[in-house]
Design a protein around this ligand. Structure first.
Ligand code: PLP
Length: 419
C-alpha cells in the first residue's frame, strides 16, 4: 500500500465527515506545485481557495515564519506585540482605513463586522438598527452570524433561526434601495462573488450602495476576504470603485496561508467595540502577523499586485479561446484579476468535472453550480496558466466529443474512469 493510500484510509476513519476531500494527500509544495505523499505532482491553480498568494514554501515567507517562531508565537491580547502593531499600521497605510482588529478567518472577520454594526448603533442609543442587507449567492462564512449573511439557502438549511438579514439580487441597486429601512444597520457586499460563481459587481454598483447607505444612515461593509490583498490586481477589490466602505473584512491571502483574518474600520467606528465587547485568543498573534508582513513585502518586491492584473487578463484570453472552441460545454469566461471563472454550459456540473482535472494534474475549485474557478497563487507564471488551461481544455474537449458521439450523454457529467 502506498503512503498516500495508507493515510487516506486513516483519514477516512478518523476525520470528521463535514468535508469531501479529493484523494490527494498534500505533502509539500513549491511555488504553484503541490506534491502528494507518494510524490505525485499537481499544478495548483486554486491556491487553497484563493489563499496561498505567494505560492508554496516561498523562501521569504518561510524564513519570516521560522524567525518569528524562534522568538515568540503567542502571548495573547493582554499585551501588545510588535508584529501585530506593525501589521495594523501597514494595513492602514495601504488601505486608508484607521483601525485594524485581527482574528483568524474570513468568517470571524465578518462576525466582527456584524457585531461592529449592531454595537455601533446600540452605543448611540439606537437599539432597533440590527438588520443587515446582504446579497443572494453571497458567501460570508460558516459561523452563525456570517452564515446569516451568506446568501445561499442550502448553507443555512437546518441551522435554525438566523438574525435579521434581507438578501437581495446581486447587482440590483433598486432592490437594495427597496430593502432599506430605519432598522438597517449595514449593507455587506463582495466586489466579486467568488464562491457564488465569480460574479463581478457591475460598474457603479458599490458606489450606488454607498450613496443609498448614506441616505439611510446605514454602514457599508465590503467583504474583501477573497478579493483583497491584490487578487484583483489592486490591493482591495473595491479600490477605484468610487466609494469607500466604513469597514472591511480581510482573510485568505493576508498571511499567505497562515490563518488570519482582519477587520479594518474608519476612525468613526473606532469606539464601537470597546474593551470587553469582542476579542479572540489567537487573533493578532505574533506568528500570523509576521507572516502577513512578509506577504506584503513579497507582494511589493515581486510586483505581484500589478502582475495579477496582467496575468489575469492573459488567463481570461486563454479561457475565452476555450469557450470559442468548445461552445457545447462552455458558456463564457468571467472574473477579474486572478479570480476567474470558466462558466460551463447548462447541464454540466463543475464539481463533477474537477476529479478528472485533478487526475490530469491540475487543481481548481468549483464556484456555484457551473463555474470552474481559477484562483491561482499570484506568483503563477503565464506558462503555468497555459499548462493548466490546456489540461482543462482537453478534459472539456473529451466531454464534448463524448456528448457528440452519444447525444444521450449530452449534458451528463463525466466520470473520471470513463474518460
Ligand atoms: N467571505 C468570503 C468572500 C469568502 O470567500 C469566504 C471563504 O471562502 C469567507 C468569507 C469565509 O472565510 P473563512 O473560510 O476563512 O471563514
Amino acid at each position: 500500500m502506498s503512503k498516500a493510500s495508507e493515510l487516506l484510509e486513516i483519514g477516512r476513519r478518523h476525520l470528521y465527515g463535514n468535508y469531501k476531500p479529493s484523494p490527494f494527500v498534500v505533502a509539500r509544495g513549491r511555488g504553484c506545485e503541490l506534491f502528494d505523499a507518494d510524490g505525485k505532482r499537481c499544478l495548483d491553480l486554486a491556491a487553497g481557495v484563493a489563499v496561498s498568494c505567494v505560492g508554496h514554501a516561498h523562501p521569504v515567507l518561510t524564513a519570516a515564519i521560522a524567525e518569528q517562531a524562534g522568538k515568540v508565537i503567542h502571548a495573547s491580547n493582554y499585551y501588545w506585540n510588535e508584529s501585530n502593531i506593525r501589521l495594523a499600521a501597514e494595513l492602514c497605510r495601504r488601505t486608508g482605513f484607521d483601525r485594524a482588529f485581527f482574528c483568524n478567518s474570513g468568517a470571524e472577520a465578518n462576525e466582527a463586522l456584524l457585531k461592529l454594526a449592531r454595537h455601533h448603533f446600540w452605543g448611540r442609543g439606537d437599539k432597533t438598527r440590527q438588520r443587515i442587507v446582504a446579497f443572494q449567492n453571497a458567501f460570508h462564512g460558516r459561523t452563525m452570524g456570517a452564515l446569516s449573511m451568506t446568501g445561499t439557502p442550502k448553507y443555512r438549511e437546518g441551522f435554525g433561526e438566523m438574525g435579521p438579514v434581507t438578501h437581495v439580487p446581486y447587482g440590483d441597486l433598486d432592490a437594495v434601495k427597496k430593502a432599506m429601512g430605519p432598522d438597517v444597520a449595514a449593507v455587506i457586499v463582495e466586489p466579486v462573488q467568488g464562491e457564488g460563481g465569480v460574479f463581478v459587481a457591475p460598474s457603479g454598483f458599490i458606489a450606488g450602495i454607498r450613496k443609498t447607505c448614506d441616505e439611510h444612515g446605514a454602514l457599508l461593509f465590503v467583504d474583501e476576504v477573497q478579493t483583497g490583498v491584490g487578487r484583483l490586481g489592486r490591493f482591495l477589490g473595491h479600490d477605484g470603485c468610487g466609494a469607500r466602505a466604513d469597514a472591511i473584512a480581510l482573510a485568505k491571502g493576508l498571511a499567505g496561508g497562515v490563518p488570519i483574518g482582519a477587520m479594518l474600520t474608519t476612525e468613526a467606528l473606532a469606539g464601537a467595540l470597546p474593551p470587553g465587547t469582542h476579542g479572540s485568543t489567537f487573533g493578532g498573534n505574533p506568528l500570523a502577523c509576521a507572516a502577513s508582513l512578509a506577504v506584503l513585502k513579497i507582494l511589493d518586491d515581486e510586483k505581484l499586485v500589478a502582475g495579477a492584473r496582467e496575468k489575469g487578463e492573459a488567463l481570461h484570453a486563454m479561457l475565452e479561446r476555450v469557450v470559442a472552441e468548445l461552445p457545447t460545454v462552455c458558456e463564457s469566461a468571467r472574473g477579474d484579476g486572478l479570480l476567474r471563472g470558466l462558466v460551463l454550459a447548462p447541464g454540466h456540473v463543475a464539481r463533477d468535472i474537477l476529479p478528472t482535472i485533478l487526475d490530469r494534474g491540475v487543481m481548481l475549485t468549483a464556484a456555484g453550480e457551473r463555474v470552474l474557478r481559477f484562483s491561482p497563487p499570484l506568483v503563477v507564471t503565464i506558462a503555468e496558466l497555459e499548462e493548466g488551461v490546456a489540461v482543462v481544455r482537453k478534459v472539456l474537449a473529451e466531454i464534448a466529443s463524448r456528448a457528440a458521439s452519444s447525444p444521450a450523454a449530452a449534458g451528463g457529467t463525466p466520470q473520471t474512469k470513463t474518460l
